[in-house]
Design a protein around this ligand. Structure first.
Ligand code: CP3
Length: 334
């Protein structure tokens, strides 16, 4: 059993380190493959290359867990939306067709995602037994943000667009939940052993909608995971002190902290849950001393409780891989 699994299931404090976006543009070996594959979606649909990319940071740093190289937007893609990644401009999705979504057939959905499941199978075979293979999904709210383009350029919620879909939200969320459960189950059957649920835009929800659009949909996914005995980690970003209400409502196995959450606050307020991450990825861009002193704050705060070392968001493309190596070494020695 991997250390990550031990921490999540038995709440045993032991060492475990991985990074969000550990496979990505900061690695020259990733950029090399990426430069020959202009379509990001097609790269995610190439099982051999996705598996190779997933294993790149494991080969380089011997991290404790691999996270499958894919994207949360593979779900809207499999639901029939066209997804483009435009350099410097983020993802662009074609118009969402509610009618065809509500009539969407499950088999057609998971067949489109078959390359992801194949990549997981291939990766699991190549990964040592003591390492976790993490799969992931976007939480419904964060997916709706992209599917309906609900975010303005300044990253605030587009209230007009939001109000336009509000009356259909319940039906949309229920249907999306069904597809996400299928995607989680298929990834686990293919050989992943932990799922992380990303709710990256939880923090832009109006306060009165947080319960219905963040807590409840996350809770539904976590309940599904519990029924299926699937280890789960939630990452609702930007909730500030509402993270404690989230934890009490959703009851996930693990919660990833964002950089705004104070580690000592988290230790006091977030009970019966494994804590993960928190370190600001920007700390890897400053001096080595700054990085290590920031990391020390997390390591010391969580010394005596189950904690998984990670960041408060993904590694930034401009990160020096040598810094990542230094951080891992420091964590393992402290
Ligand atoms: O963590 C990993 O290494 C696994 C792979 C992974 C990717 N995306 C690959 C990726 C994971 C877990 C994600 C999650 C994801 N994708 C989220 C949730 C986490 C977060 O970042 O908030 C979101 C919101 C997305 C949607 C998405 N994908 C955006 C907004 C972008 C463009 C901006 C960016 O960060 O690059 C992507 C592209 C993307 N997904 C890249 C990678 C490696 C960069 C692709 C490239 O090479 O251009």
């Amino acid at each position: 059993m991997s250390n990550l699994k031990k921490i999540l299931t038995n709440k045993i404090p032991c060492k475990s380190i991985w990074f969000m976006r550990q496979a990505g543009r900061y690695l020259p070996e990733f950029r090399e493959i990426r430069s020959k594959n202009p379509s990001f979606i097609n790269l995610c649909l190439n099982s051999e290359l996705s598996s190779e990319i997933t294993l790149q940071p494991i080969k380089r740093f011997d991290l404790d867990s691999a996270i499958i190289f894919s994207d949360i937007l593979m779900v809207p893609f499999a639901l029939g939306q066209n997804v483009d990644f435009i350099k410097g401009d983020g993802p662009k999705l074609s118009q969402f067709e509610i009618k065809s979504f509500l009539n969407k057939n499950e088999k057609d959905f998971y067949q489109k995602l078959n390359p992801v499941y194949k990549a997981i199978e291939t990766t699991r075979k190549k990964l040592k037994n003591n390492k976790s293979l993490i799969c992931f999904v976007g939480a419904p709210w964060t997916l709706l943000i992209y599917m309906f383009g609900l975010k303005k350029d300044n990253n605030e919620l587009d209230i007009n667009k939001f109000n336009n879909i509000k009356f259909k939200l319940e039906e949309l969320l229920d249907k999306l939940n069904d597809f996400l459960c299928i995607h989680i189950k298929k990834q686990i059957e293919a050989g992943a052993d932990v799922v992380q649920i990303f709710d990256s835009w939880a923090g832009i929800l109006p306060e009165k909608d947080i319960k219905n659009l963040c807590y409840k949909p996350n809770a539904k996914l976590v309940e599904f995971c519990k029924r299926e005995k699937i280890s789960n980690i939630c990452f609702p970003k930007g909730l500030k002190d509402k993270l404690s209400e989230f934890n009490q409502f959703v009851k996930p196995d693990g919660i990833n902290l964002d950089p705004e959450i104070d580690p000592l606050w988290a230790k006091e307020k977030l009970k019966n849950v494994v804590l993960q991450g928190g370190l600001n990825p920007k700390k890897l861009l400053g001096t080595e001393e700054e990085m290590l002193s920031a990391a020390t704050k997390y390591i010391n705060s969580f010394k005596d409780i189950p904690y998984v070392f990670n960041l408060g968001h993904g590694l930034l493309p401009e990160t020096d891989p040598d810094r990542v190596e230094k951080l891992i070494k420091f964590y393992r020695e402290n």
